[in-house]
Ligand binder design. Structure first.
Ligand code: SAH
Length: 350
């Protein structure tokens, strides 16, 4: 087993069966070796600093109907909201005071008629906080819209591919949404010069190990700047309410494999990790993750952005709780790195 881990560290790529071996190996010593190697690589790149991103959940209004997601269009139990421009700017202001230098605007997917409103908002943030990175995570849009937002001042875009397997993609999404179009969007974003983040949910209904291996291969080929991966967690008002949650251990193992394959990638230990397990966030970092995204949304709206049940948005998962987060990181010898935390190759189209 160790030789496969060593091979991945050196060659940064493996054959499908070898990825499968790393994802299924059971000997705790082997797993520990994988994690130690991944941590070593992360520390070579980033030291023991963890970058922060302030997550602003702009809206839970969504035109899509993804079967796993709590804010899907057909969920009638959601109290819909959209933050006002003033609310978003107040979140940024509060975040900036605390020390955040990246703001992530995430939300449901809107029609193109509101794209200029978003562009104006991005441009306001860009003008007021020129030293901050602006990340958008607002779903699929035409190339022109992504371009408009880039021109307005956005630097990064997060769009998980969710799964690279066409059949599984169609089981998780309503008719009309395709992996082909999702990947097209990711290509546009990269060509437009965004730092691009993509990734998957782990343990979603119908997912197989084979499809996870396909996802690793896609990620290794696409070379995103950021890799967002979290366990699936059921939401009680969705068609997937009765499916079991994904595993923190498998997600951590994927962080480790991807860290070895892509040493300089930005890999968050995601909110879903922290939501499933009290030590989920730290387990992600111990597997080579180097980013945490605390919640900066107005507190009243947080419970309405319920992508899944029991989503963590308080304590160390909230912007106001960074002191607690710093303490938590200190227990494993890590600290907050307050810089913008760009990808080292942001200028270079990879
Ligand atoms: N509308 C945007 C943002 C989606 S929310 C977009 O389409 O990209 C961000 C991520 O949350 C999604 O990409 C998905 O991977 C994750 N997510 C949604 N529902 C989830 C659930 N039930 N469990 C775990 N993660 C979920």
């Amino acid at each position: 087993m160790k030789c496969i881990v060593d091979k991945l560290r050196i060659q940064q790529r493996l054959a499908p069966e070898e990825y499968r071996t790393l994802l299924t190996m059971r000997d705790p010593q082997d797993v520990d070796y994988l994690m130690t190697q991944a941590r070593e690589v992360a520390q070579q790149q980033f030291g023991r600093g963890i970058y922060l991103r302030g997550l602003i959940e702009l809206t839970n209004v969504c035109r899509n109907d993804c079967l796993y997601c709590g804010i899907r269009r057909s969920n009638g139990h959601v109290l819909r909201y959209t933050l006002t421009r003033e609310q978003v700017l107040a979140c940024c202001e509060q975040g900036y005071e605390i020390g955040f230098r990246t703001f992530v605007l995430q939300g449901g997917e809107w029609g193109e008629e509101r794209s200029t409103w978003i562009a104006d908002l991005v441009s306001d943030i860009r003008t007021r906080w020129p030293d901050c990175a602006i990340t958008l995570s607002l779903g699929e849009h035409p190339r022109e819209t992504y371009s408009l937002w880039k021109e307005a001042g956005a630097d990064r875009y997060l769009l998980r591919h969710e799964t690279h397997n066409e059949r599984l993609y169609s089981l998780l999404h309503p008719e009309g949404l395709t992996i082909r179009h999702r990947l097209q969007c990711l290509d546009w974003l990269k060509k437009l010069g965004y730092q691009v983040g993509t990734g998957i949910m782990v343990g979603s209904p119908f997912q197989s190990l084979k499809s996870i291996v396909e996802d690793i291969q896609y990620l290794v080929d696409f070379r995103p700047h950021m890799i967002g991966i979290g366990p699936f967690i059921p939401q009680h008002d969705t068609p997937f309410a009765r499916f079991p949650a994904g595993s923190v251990a498998m997600t951590a193992r994927l962080y480790a494999v991807l860290r070895l394959a892509m040493p300089s990638a930005l890999i968050p230990s995601t909110t879903a990790m922290a939501s499933l397990s009290p030590d989920g966030r730290l387990r992600g970092i111990l597997a080579g993750a180097n980013v945490v995204m605390p919640n900066l949304s107005p507190e009243d709206n947080r419970k309405q952005y319920a992508l899944y049940d029991n989503k963590a948005a308080l304590g160390a998962e909230s912007a106001q709780g960074v002191k607690g987060l710093a303490d938590e990181l200190a227990t494993i010898g890590y600290h907050i790195d307050w810089s913008r935390g760009d990808h080292p190759n942001k200028k270079q189209a990879e």
